[in-house]
Design a protein around this ligand. Structure first.
Ligand code: MOS
Length: 722
């Protein structure tokens, strides 16, 4: 299987990320952040800062940069800094200092004196639960609460009351930060054509659209360039504060401006995954058949209610077959940093609650947790008529159980010296989606073909996927494909988010390649073409007519063309009225808890996934391994501690724990490969996010198996297991 094309550049330091650009005359910006969680900025004394060596500009809500709130069809409104004196969280960008050097900008930023009129701040989800409000409709239009009841059943309470076995528990998940390796940053400069910005993001054309809106330009006047992105995970979907500020300051000062968040600033001046509280009630028959599922969720949001973590919505969209289902989704606006998408938004924390509850039900029923899950395997989303286009979850569990040695598991775990060893399992699901995308294919005289789309490859391997699907569609070797990605001047390629990129851009590559071949054949057999008036066909990168054949490069030369370009597009369509679409998986985990120290170590895990066709197994495995490790991280490591005053107590990698190599044992990944061409022509269902779904529950379930202790919150720490 091919290694990723940009791998050598990345590991040898040749890849140029946004911050690696330093146009002549570059000056440096540094952000000033608020030190209260709620209130109004009364005054900002910038006199000393302005007089500090090298300082070129000090911007604040009192002396703001020229920016508007941009609105894009995809994200709606995106917040831009310095437009208001209102502070709604600790660590909010409130100033921007630009100087000749980075050190001068940083020093001057420390000299800005801020006076606040502080107001009481609400920063704890637990304290805020009483003020919960209904969430707005989810992105797919799902209302904040919905219920599906069997004929004759009056309420979910009745269905639960009639259930012989009921499990009812409340689960909690922590606030998390995306913590991408590349901090949010930008280099911006202006030319006669407009603005150029180098800034890592998840869709270069969306970033260009947001910057154009903020700066009152035409999208074509903004050139967003991001061929390399050092991790995004949802946290770089929207344009970052440094990009807005650098772009506006570069215009104000007539100099290129470079700005980056420090690691500590990344934790507040970007966005986070919401903390959640989730109450799950399951009612089952004695044979394990689910009679009723109720899932009520509360999540933190920022004061602007920018994003609701749709934990309950996952339960209603994807999970178990049941006649009676009720969900509700509430939000608790707090004075905390903005919330946003983070890998598997909804499903990641939602599956911790639901899949822990299923494990609790298996214990209550004295039933094998895999058997319980398969007994309730759905053929369509709960309450819907549209069957899954393809679902091989049962096979995922069968293969996984066999490979992982599930048959050796005993209900009380087993001992290995001083270690208590347990096995846990969970289901993973993530909806298979795609977005409209366009791709340009250019056949060239040197026998290569350019496959180009705006998009972004935030480390997922999309660049390599373009070359593989391009090669297959044009029937030439991947070495002859020149993939181009991460440039807003290219055709709009959709978003690297929502596990959609391969299905979206890949389908557009196929469409463009088909059109390119049609045009090539028309050229070859058309007037003046090398096969004028003949019957022609295409295969193997060549045009055939009778017993004569010619490579496409020669056809172009013979027809006097330097190249042939077409743009192909694809978008979701009629298939949505015929089936429901999702990726599925089975997560297995072995945890060892030390008898005396109570440390929990994940010694083995295995994920088996049904994600449709796998285009590049090596990159797919890598991405899934990353997701599974992220799930372990959520289970045992990650969580932001928000102090009462709104300050994050652990906004650095010393305090915000991530697993290191020594924390992760053996990781196995296996795909059951059933191309899903009912979903899209490529047959890929998407696997960017599903790797993390269910993993935290599998860890918690394994800990329960090992120790008998049921922990209903993540991260799980030593203290929980004492
Ligand atoms: Mo993602 S949360 O769709 O990058």
């Amino acid at each position: 299987m091919p290694s990723r094309l940009d791998g050598p550049q990345k590991v040898t330091g040749q890849a140029r990320y946004g911050m690696d650009h330093t146009p002549p005359g570059t000056v440096y910006g540094y952000l000033v952040l608020s030190t209260i969680a709620h209130g109004e900025i009364e005054a900002m004394d910038v006199t000393t800062a302005k007089g500090a060596p090298g300082v070129l500009g000090v911007y604040s809500p009192f002396d703001p940069l020229d920016l508007r709130t941009p609105t894009t069809p995809f994200f709606g409104e995106t917040w831009v800094p310095l437009q208001s004196r209102e502070v709604t969280y600790y660590g909010q960008p409130i100033g921007f200092v630009v100087a000749e050097t980075f050190e001068q900008a940083r020093d001057a930023a420390l000299l800005v004196q801020v006076t606040y009129q502080a107001r009481p701040a609400l920063t704890s989800l637990e304290d805020g639960l009483a003020t919960a409000q209904d969430a707005p409709a989810a992105m797919d239009g799902a209302p904040p609460s919905l219920s599906v009841l069997a004929p004759g059943v009056e309420s979910i309470e009745d269905a639960l009351a009639a259930s012989p076995v009921v499990v009812d528990a409340t689960y909690r998940t922590a606030t998390q930060n995306h913590a991408a390796m590349e901090p949010h940053s930008a280099v911006a400069y202006w030319t006669a054509e407009g603005l150029t910005v180098h800034s890592g993001n998840q869709a270069s054309d969306l970033q260009a659209a947001e910057l154009a809106g903020a700066l009152e330009l035409k999208p074509s006047e903004v050139h967003a360039v991001n061929p390399f992105v050092g991790g995004a995970f949802g946290g770089k979907g929207r344009t970052s504060a440094p990009a807005f500020l650098a772009a506006a300051a570069a215009r104000a000062l007539g100099r290129p401006v470079k700005a980056a968040l420090t690691r500590e600033q990344v934790f507040t001046a970007t966005a986070t995954r919401a903390a959640t509280v989730q109450k799950v009630t399951l009612g089952a028959d004695t044979d394990g058949t689910l009679i009723a599922i109720r899932h009520d969720s509360w999540c933190s949001t920022d004061a602007a209610r920018s994003f609701v973590e749709p934990t309950s919505h996952g339960t209603s969209r994807e999970w178990y077959a049941t006649q009676n289902l009720a969900i509700s989704q509430k939000m608790v606006p707090l004075h905390v940093p903005p919330t946003t998408f983070m890998r598997a938004p909804g499903e990641a924390p939602g599956s911790f609650a639901l899949e822990s509850a299923i494990d609790e039900l298996a214990v209550a029923l004295r039933m094998d947790p895999i058997e319980l899950r398969l007994r309730n395997n759905s053929s369509a989303p709960p309450g819907k008529d549209l069957q899954w286009s393809s679902k091989h979850l049962d096979e995922c569990f069968r293969i996984g159980a066999d490979r992982f040695g599930w048959a050796d598991r005993s209900p009380g775990g087993h001992r290995d010296g001083d270690w208590l060893v347990g096995l846990g399992v969970a289901t993973a699901m993530f909806p298979a989606l795609r977005f409209p995308a366009s791709v340009e294919v250019t056949l060239q005289q040197d026998g290569t073909a350019v496959v180009a789309t705006s998009g972004a490859d935030p480390g997922t391997g999309l660049l390599t996927v373009l070359s593989l699907i391009g090669a297959e569609s044009l029937d030439i070797t991947p070495e002859r494909i020149v993939p181009r990605l991460g440039d807003s001047s290219l055709p709009s390629g959709g978003l690297s988010g929502g596990s959609t990129a391969t299905a979206s851009a890949g389908t557009a590559v196929m469409a463009a390649a088909t059109q390119a071949i049609d045009e090539l054949l028309a050229l070859a057999s058309g007037p003046g073409g090398p096969f004028d008036g003949q019957e022609v066909t295409y295969a193997d990168g060549r045009v055939f007519a009778g017993d004569r054949t010619m490579p496409f490069a020669e056809v172009l030369r013979a027809a006097g063309r330097s190249s042939l370009s077409v743009t192909g597009s694809s978008a979701p369509g009629e298939e949505l009225t015929k089936h429901s679409f999702s990726s599925f998986g089975a997560q297995f985990c072995e945890v060892r808890v030390h008898r005396w120290t109570r440390e929990a170590r994940v010694s083995r895990m295995l994920g088996v996934f049904d994600a449709g066709r796998i285009i590049n197994e090596k990159a797919a495995r890598s991405q899934i391994i990353g997701g599974m490790i992220w799930g372990v991280s959520a289970a045992l490591h990650e969580g932001l501690d928000i102090e009462a005053n709104g300050r994050l107590a652990n906004a650095d990698f010393a305090g915000y724990l991530l697993p290191v190599n020594a924390d992760i044992g053996e990781v196995g990944v296996h795909f059951v490969e059933y191309p899903d061409t009912l979903h899209n022509a490529v047959g890929a269902k998407g696997l960017g996010e599903i790797g993390t779904v269910g993993m935290a529950a599998a860890v918690a379930n394994a800990i329960h198996n090992a120790t008998g202790v049921r922990v209903r919150h993540i991260p799980i720490t030593i203290e929980d297991l004492l």
